[in-house]
Design a protein around this ligand. Structure first.
Ligand code: COA
Length: 203
């Protein structure tokens, strides 16, 4: 291999390493999205129940998914200001179960927002808890975050239960703070600090 080609290959490998996400749990592999995920991604994003409290609606299309993937592929984990969508794959079957969405804020530093979405048939099996726990371990470990927060619609009982089960504290209940889907909506803000997470995990 020529020196120039070797340098280019090393640079590309380094860029791939920086962009890679590979987290394994008992049942799951958390990794970057690929084109092969898009059919399953569109199927769950266009489910009425899944879309109910989200920023997209149940008309979510393959064209939107293609745009999402093009945008998401550019994001480097830990990059402030951009959402990184981490695919949740069922180990063994290789099926896409859903995703953990992570956004490191531009201000303040070492702060990230987290959201979790599962396809309906993967809900109620502890998969969201398992995936979110691994994502939080990664955010507070490798990514060295100080605080992770999550926002949810007050009516989103399964999201509230998930966050409370994980050990997030309810920090605020913002009454009719958002105009969403043609009505005033009450929001809940939950958060967990690194020191709290380490204690919860007894690390
Ligand atoms: C929010 C959401 C991810 C929560 O998913 P979930 O399936 O309820 O959460 P988990 O995967 O952790 O499953 C927990 C449930 O499975 C049950 N369960 C069954 N088998 C289990 C197992 N082996 N391990 C752990 N829990 C298990 C638990 O008892 C629990 O039920 P409960 O909440 O009635 O007590 C899901 O409802 C969703 O995708 N909603 C649509 C998108 C959305 O609104 N996301 C919120 C963005 S913040």
């Amino acid at each position: 291999m020529s020196v120039e080609r070797e340098t280019t290959t090393r640079k590309r490998d380094r860029a791939t390493d920086v962009a890679a996400v590979k987290i394994q749990t008992d049942r799951l592999l958390l990794r970057r999205f690929s084109h092969a995920d898009l059919d399953a991604f569109v199927t769950y994003r266009s489910d009425e129940g899944v879309a109910r409290f989200q920023s997209w609606d149940d008309s979510y299309s393959m064209a939107e998914a293609e745009r999402f993937l093009a945008d998401d592929s550019d994001v480097v984990p830990g990059q402030p200001g951009r959402w990184l969508q981490i695919a949740i794959e069922e180990r063994g079957t290789g099926k896409l179960c859903g995703d953990c969405a992570v956004r490191v804020t531009t201000e303040p530093p070492r702060t990230a927002e987290l959201g979790v979405t599962l396809a309906p048939h993967h809900q109620n099996h502890g998969i969201a808890s398992e995936a979110a726990t691994a994502t939080l371990d990664w955010l507070f470990g490798e990514q060295d975050m100080h605080r992770v927060y999550a926002q949810t619609d007050d009516r989103n009982k399964s999201a509230r239960r998930l966050l409370e089960r994980l050990g997030f504290r309810l920090e605020a209940r913002l009454l009719e703070a958002e105009w969403f889907d043609a009505e005033w909506t009450t929001l809940r803000i939950y958060a967990v600090l690194k020191k709290e997470w380490l204690e919860l995990r007894q690390l």
